[in-house]
Design a protein around this ligand. Structure first.
Ligand code: MN
Length: 202
């Protein structure tokens, strides 16, 4: 198998009460595993099996047309969820520090303004998709939203934080109350990790 679903870096119930154990189990063990399985099935007999998930997502135009949609959806799903798990954590939340904090202030005015804009991106995404904080090609921070499993990485940006707003990410606990799930997200963001991804992206 070329691609492997990474284990969660914490227990399934570690993000309680903000993200519940049952959701984490089905989200990681069923949804993410399915993306990884389907990605492997799409690329296993091709030279793409030796690419990283990031390369696949960043270089979609080079993927043969007959498997491009499968790589876009399942490669994106694998790449996006791998980032998602590692930027969350127990006893997290708070605010970014250091150079990332300065960049947030420079790009959005303040952390509170960042929260408003990021939440708006998450709420306005119609149907399934993600809200993102990315480092753009000019090294500025940018908030965006994508549909389905599309990644800002396919647009030349480097995502450092993503919020999954597919219903599978919150429906068991929050049902149709996406806004409550979005508010809860800020309690489980591991800003130290996001900060290190920011440093790597520069
Ligand atoms: Mn998901």
């Amino acid at each position: 198998m070329a691609f492997i679903t990474p284990d969660l870096p914490y227990a399934y119930d570690a993000l309680e009460p903000w993200i519940d154990e049952a959701t984490m189990k089905v989200h990681h063990d069923k949804h993410h595993v399915a993306y990884t399985t389907n990605l492997n099935a799409a690329v296993e007999t091709t030279p793409l099996a030796s690419w990283s998930a990031e390369e696949l997502v960043a270089r979609l135009a080079e993927v043969p047309e007959n498997i491009r949609m499968a790589v876009r959806n399942h490669g994106g799903g694998h790449f996006n969820h791998s980032l998602f798990w590692e930027t969350l954590g127990p006893k997290a939340g708070g605010k970014p520090e250091g150079r990332l904090a300065a960049a947030v202030d420079a790009s959005f005015g303040s952390f509170d303004e960042f929260v408003k804009l990021f939440s708006a991106a998450a709420m306005k995404r119609f149907g399934s998709g993600w809200a993102w904080l990315s480092v753009a090609a000019d090294r500025r921070l940018e908030i965006s939203s994508t549909a389905n499993q599309d990644s800002p990485r396919s647009e030349g940006k480097k995502p450092i934080l993503g919020l999954d707003v597919w219903e599978h990410a919150y429906y068991l606990k929050y049902q149709n109350r996406r806004a409550e799930y979005v508010d809860s997200f800020y309690h489980v963001i591991d800003w130290k990790k996001v900060g290190s991804l920011y440093e790597s992206a520069l």
